[in-house]
Design a protein around this ligand. Structure first.
Ligand SMILES: C[S@@+](CC[C@H](N)C(=O)[O-])C[C@H]1O[C@@H](n2cnc3c(N)ncnc32)[C@H](O)[C@@H]1O
Length: 451
């Protein structure tokens, strides 16, 4: 103890015990010391924390400075979707319920029917009848559920594809094959406001007349909400082999080709060539601006088919404009053991009612995925050798040394882009070409590029 403790005269008079006084005083001093140390420790740790934060900020700033990539575009930017389209998609069940209302019993059975159709379209496809869209319950499940999810996917994609891909003259012809309930025409009308005022004649081909007829009602209801009436829908009951009166400026085909090949025993490259020939047959051979868009579900088998069709389109003098940024060999062709090209986005912002139905049907999902190729007639422009353009085609991959990588597609082949910046599946970025040869990742064979 620093000072000697003695009893004051009045304390002696009060009969206070010196020992007790010393002990009380000691306790008080110990407590004060403890408090002081605690405060000092707190100040120190706050100081350390502040220093740590400042250091991280400094590093992040430096990393941003070092990140030389130019973000060109994204396939799934939610801000790219027109506001009126987003509002319609959010409450799309209102539209379907107005054109095809369900009574309470049908509504109660809907989740069960959705689940059954989902199995039919995926793991039990061997049992599916070709004309399943003519069955009332399957069609009802499709328009109340699958159409809605497909619109979520397609409107996001169509809104973010390059504007030039949808640059058509005022009077134009579109053909959609395997149109079902007109999913692609509805998605295009929603996603591309610049097309709403054009005089589009849209041939919609499907083997199910009933699906087309349901789809036309829904299309007209959407068009009325968007206050646009210029598109002429021509329903055609037919197959991929059917021909229509006019040659098309744009041919689309979504979620159908994978169904066609369920029981085909021909090799996939043969089927891909056949599909490509058929899709190309819908455009005028003299149309120098003809465009074709083929979209399939994001599974390995469909991705393989899409990649093979891309090759076949290139052989027919079309160039892939998305997602590919080049016409070289596809480095994500879905061959056994290799990477397959697909693009996923989180569905946190999907319509709440749609997510509720998904849960009821035991089909809750966290991500939406698709594989696609958009091609147009023309010649591939030469890439400036000082830069590499790449499409990010994976989720982040944890690498040794606390690093993160992303697989990306480029004219140099498959890349493993290593960066501390957060990138998203579907982003297109451009970086200065490295001066030294890029090392190879032993696991994937991808060329490693530091961003
Ligand atoms: C999964 S649905 C896709 C519908 C729509 N394209 C979409 O993305 O929501 C497949 C459609 O292809 C149609 N279909 C199946 N085989 C066909 C064929 N050979 N020719 C034309 N349509 C076909 C089915 O009737 C069905 O409407």
């Amino acid at each position: 103890m620093a000072n000697k403790i003695e009893l004051k005269w009045y304390e002696k008079k009060q009969g206070i015990n010196l020992k007790k006084k010393i002990s009380a005083e000691q306790k008080k001093q110990d407590a004060d010391e403890k408090q002081r140390r605690k405060l000092e420790e707190k100040n120190n740790s706050e100081k350390q924390l502040k220093q740590k934060k400042e250091k991280i900020e400094r590093i992040q700033k430096q990393q941003k400075k070092n990140f030389t990539a130019e973000r060109i575009s994204s396939l799934y930017d939610p801000t790219g979707i027109p506001r009126d389209a987003a509002a319609i998609i959010e409450k799309f069940d209102d539209i379907v319920s107005s054109t095809h209302p369900l009574n309470s019993k049908q509504r109660a059975l809907l989740p069960q029917q959705i689940s059954a159709l989902s199995h039919n379209l995926t793991d039990q496809r061997g049992d599916r009848r070709m004309g399943y869209m003519n069955e009332t319950t399957a069609l009802s499940a499709y328009v109340h559920y699958f159409l809605w999810w497909n619109l979520v996917r397609l409107v996001k994609l169509f809104s973010n594809l390059d504007k030039s891909f949808f640059d058509f003259k005022d009077d134009c012809i579109f053909v959609d094959i395997g149109s079902g309930p007109l999913t692609v025409p509805i998605a295009l009308l929603l996603a591309r406001p610049e097309l709403r005022k054009k005089n589009v004649t849209f041939y919609c081909i499907d083997i199910s007349q009933q699906a087309l007829s349901f789809g036309e009602d829904i299309f007209l209801s959407v068009a009325a909400r968007l206050e646009t009436t210029t598109w002429k829908i021509i329903r055609v009951k037919g197959t991929l082999d059917t021909s229509v009166k006019d040659k098309a400026d744009l041919v689309t085909c979504a979620n159908m080709l994978n169904e066609l090949h369920d029981d085909a025993d021909m090799p996939p490259d043969f089927l891909a060539k056949k599909n490509t020939d058929r899709l190309v047959s819908f455009v005028d051979s003299k149309n120098a601006k003809a465009r074709i868009l083929s979209i399939e579900p994001g599974d390995p088998r469909s991705a393989r088919l899409v990649s093979l069709m891309r090759d076949a389109f290139i052989r027919k003098n079309f160039i892939p404009v998305a997602p590919c940024c080049h016409s070289e060999t596809c480095p994500m062709d879905g061959k056994k053991g290799g990477k397959w090209c697909n693009f996923a986005f989180a569905v946190d912002n999907a319509p709440a009612d749609l997510k509720r139905i998904s849960e009821k049907a035991n089909l809750a999902k966290e991500r939406a995925v698709l594989s696609f190729v958009a091609v147009e007639r023309g010649e591939q422009k030469e890439e400036n050798p000082s830069f590499i353009t790449m499409r990010i085609a994976s989720d982040p991959i944890r690498l040794p040394g606390h690093r993160t990588g992303y697989y990306a597609c480029s004219s140099k082949g498959l890349l493993l882009a290593v960066t501390n910046q957060k990138l998203f599946s579907g982003e297109k970025i451009k970086v200065p070409a490295p001066r030294k040869p890029m090392p190879k990742d032993t696991k994937s064979g991808a060329l490693i590029i530091d961003l």
